[in-house]
Design a protein around this ligand. Structure first.
Ligand code: S3P
Length: 457
């Protein structure tokens, strides 16, 4: 799908974003392996989360009916919230997803390979879960997924006792699980996916499992295990777990702060004030607000409640009157790893050079975001360069033109938002990729007042 964004205008209103996909993957895995019933609300209808639900349906007979029905249901409202049309009240209402579980021992060998689609998180988290299950599973996915590194997750799971074979370091990954023992794992690169995979495996391993990271990453797995009563301890950069079987639980998935980042950027580039409700405010996910503050974008957050260990509340963005350049240090990069595309496009509108240091991991995301972002900025009339593992974006604004999403949801949305402050319209090819994490992105943005129209299907 190609869209055209015409610069200018003001955004106005209060908005919600679809549920957080990082949290949804984890809660679905925990629900399908709980003893008893879990009730989850606002599970996002994004493609990545559907991949996790469909894979869990294949290994969990008890959870299968609900997960299969949910994963193949197209019912989402225009803003991407998973909803059902309620005939009685005549409106869309959130669909709670009720998942039955029989504990981890209730999982069975799947009758087919598990297709994780575009989702690296599904693949790595499920690898951790299934490494503890005494049967054979094969995890695979689309072309982008089969290019992403999988030895980083296979190696620790092997060290715990599972038989894990990658395909030259990539998916398909074959796992013959069971009989795990704890290990002390030090991740070479900071990655929440690998940390979480090892922790999920550690919940069904003999002895103690620890993971130590070189820099902090998102901590949703730790929070969820703790909220369910599990033995998880955090000591500096080390997390420790032991065997634990949890019971069913209930929770509403907070809005995805990484999706909210695109709307915060859209507000900033149009000098608008905006409020986002019911959004996840986990500190390991909203570091981008500190970076934006350095850009001159002021936002305030207010936590109003906690869901399964996750703080949730309101995010308010003040009108912004210009972007200043900044430097993102290598130590903070893992905390903004998913926001680099939108931060880089914001930087292209700053009055000077911005640096993203130690950003090499961007090369192994859904696309090579290091070159994709730099090439995209140049194609839109701006200036950017890759210097080793650093990305430098020269400010001065964008002229306009055509941005190629390269099949990557976050690149598509970053280019679209950047169009709001370009000199001429920006067109984005591949806008449909947004459905991977933010179904309803185009209608949400246009509902707020942005001029974004579909040029071709
Ligand atoms: C995720 C972790 C991040 C992030 C991805 C989701 C997660 O990857 O890029 O979109 O849910 O754990 P890494 O921390 O593995 O780099």
């Amino acid at each position: 799908m190609r869209v055209r964004i015409t610069p200018g205008g003001r955004l106005e209103g209060r908005v919600r974003v679809p549920g957080d996909k990082s949290i949804a993957h984890r809660w679905l895995i925990l629900a399908a392996t709980a003893r008893g019933t879990s009730a989850l609300v606002e599970v996002p209808a994004s493609l990545d989360v559907r991949s996790t639900a469909a894979a869990l349906a294949a290994v969990s007979p008890k959870a299968r009916p609900a997960l299969q029905a949910w994963a193949s249901n197209d019912a989402a409202d225009a803003e991407g919230h998973s909803s059902t049309w309620n005939v009685r009240v005549g409106e869309w209402v959130p669909t709670p997803l009720e998942v039955e579980g029989e504990g981890r021992s209730g999982l069975v060998e799947p009758s087919h390979d598990l297709d994780c689609g575009n989702s690296g998180t599904s693949t790595r988290l499920l690898a951790g879960l299934l490494a503890a299950s005494p049967f054979l599973t094969v995890l695979t996915g689309d072309d982008s997924l089969r290019f992403r590194p999988m030895e980083r997750v296979a190696a620790p799971l092997r060290a715990m006792g599972a038989v894990v074979e990658t395909t030259d370091g990539h998916a398909p990954i074959a796992i013959a699980g069971g009989g795990l023992h704890g290990i002390d794992h030090h991740t070479a690169v900071p990655t929440a996916q690998v940390k979480s995979a090892v922790l999920l495996a550690g919940l069904d391993a003999d002895g103690i499992t620890t993971v130590t990271e070189p820099a902090a990453t998102r901590d949703h797995t730790e929070r969820a295990i703790r909220a369910l009563g599990g033995p998880v301890e955090v000591d500096g950069s080390t997390v420790r777990v032991e065997r634990f079987q949890h019971e069913g639980f209930a929770g509403t998935v907070p809005g995805d702060p990484s999706s909210a980042a695109f709307l915060v950027a859209a507000a900033a580039l149009t000098g608008s004030e905006l409020t986002i409700d019911a959004v996840g405010l986990n500190p390991s996910r909203i570091h981008y607000l500190e970076v934006m503050e350095r850009f001159g974008i002021h936002a305030e957050v207010r936590v109003d409640h906690v869901e399964v260990g996750e703080p949730v509340g309101e995010l308010w963005v003040a009108p912004c009157d210009g972007i200043s350049p900044t430097r993102i240090e290598a130590s903070e990069l893992p905390l903004v790893i998913d926001e680099v595309p939108v931060l880089a496009l914001l930087a292209s509108h700053a009055g000077g050079d911005s640096w993203f240091l130690g950003a090499g991991e961007l090369r192994v995301k859904e696309s090579d975001r290091m070159t994709g972002v730099a090439d995209g900025i140049i194609a839109l009339g701006g200036h950017a360069a890759v210097e080793g593992d650093d990305l430098v974006v020269a400010g001065g604004g964008l002229e306009g033109g055509l941005g190629d999403a390269r099949g990557d949801h976050r690149m598509a949305m970053a280019f679209a938002v950047a169009g709001l402050a370009a000199q001429r319209p920006i067109e984005v090819d591949g806008m449909e990729a947004a459905d991977v994490s933010f179904p309803g992105f185009v209608s949400t943005l246009s509902g707020l007042g942005a001029s974004i129209e579909v040029v071709s299907a």
